[in-house]
Design a protein around this ligand. Structure first.
Ligand code: URA
Length: 247
């Protein structure tokens, strides 16, 4: 954690207001540091050892936050949106106001989404060079070709000529004529609408899509769609470790 930082930066990062609002709050005597009223919002404090309070309410400091969200359908993977609820609207217990989703799931896709403000981790997980595995479960309409597994494994050319890396297709249940098939697909990249477009190339249509894992992080199935929880220490350590190993 940072050794010393400005009081106004601390409170701004924790979502207590803009710098000028914090300045005004301090001027009015609403802010205390270790129980003593502090009128100078630009003074330095120690986030790890000083107790900062606004109107008598302690404001704890978190440099980074990490949440696992079971994204439900109907919300967008963005930090703000004029028409739809965003995944951040679901993280009601967050402390920081600079969180963002690591990557995007389509509005109708469910499943694992990591929400954090750790830009370095996000960058490493999303970097096309890292080929971080993503596992999806899908329900597919239309007859899956007999050679679907081999074609996915060879890599496909999508309708716009984009080439995909080899992917691993596992058939969970092959549906007969007019029925849905269920599959698990592991991809090593994250192109726009990638899973849906890969199946379109095979002449099939994805009617339900859920992300099960990303790298070492696996969706906690006790989370219902719309629910979230902080990452455990083990999950975070593992995520940081594998992410570095793949460099
Ligand atoms: N592939 C898709 O087509 N959609 C998603 O949301 C994620 C992967």
């Amino acid at each position: 954690m940072k050794e010393l930082m400005r009081l106004d930066k601390y409170l701004t990062e924790m979502g207590e207001g803009t710098r000028s609002q914090i300045k005004e709050m301090a001027r009015k005597g609403r802010i205390t540091v270790n129980g003593v009223t502090e009128k100078k919002s630009d003074r330095k404090i120690s986030p790890s050892s000083d107790a900062v309070a606004v109107d008598g309410r302690i404001v704890a400091y978190a440099e980074y936050e990490y949440y696992m969200l079971h994204k439900p359908e109907g919300v967008v993977s963005a930090t703000e949106d004029r028409r739809h609820r965003t995944v951040l609207d679901l993280i009601t217990g967050r402390m920081r106001d600079d969180l963002f989703p690591v990557g995007r799931l389509d509005i109708d896709t469910e499943g694992l989404l990591l929400i954090t403000n750790d830009g370095d981790l996000a960058h490493r997980l999303l970097s096309p060079k890292k080929h971080v595995d993503k596992v999806y479960y899908a329900k597919i309409e239309g007859m899956l070709p007999e050679d679907a597994k081999e074609r996915m494994a060879a890599g496909l050319t999508l309708s716009d000529e984009t080439e995909t890396l080899p992917a691993d297709l596992e058939l969970v249940r092959r549906g007969g004529c007019g029925e849905l098939s269920e599959i698990r697909l592991t991809i090593h990249e994250g192109k726009f609408h990638q899973v849906k477009r890969m199946f379109e190339t095979l002449g099939c249509h994805v009617v339900y899509l859920k992300r099960l894992s990303m790298g070492t992080l696996t969706l906690d199935e006790t989370l219902k769609p719309g629910e979230y929880r902080p990452l455990t220490r083990e999950e975070l350590e593992l995520l940081n470790k594998t992410d570095q190993e793949q460099e």
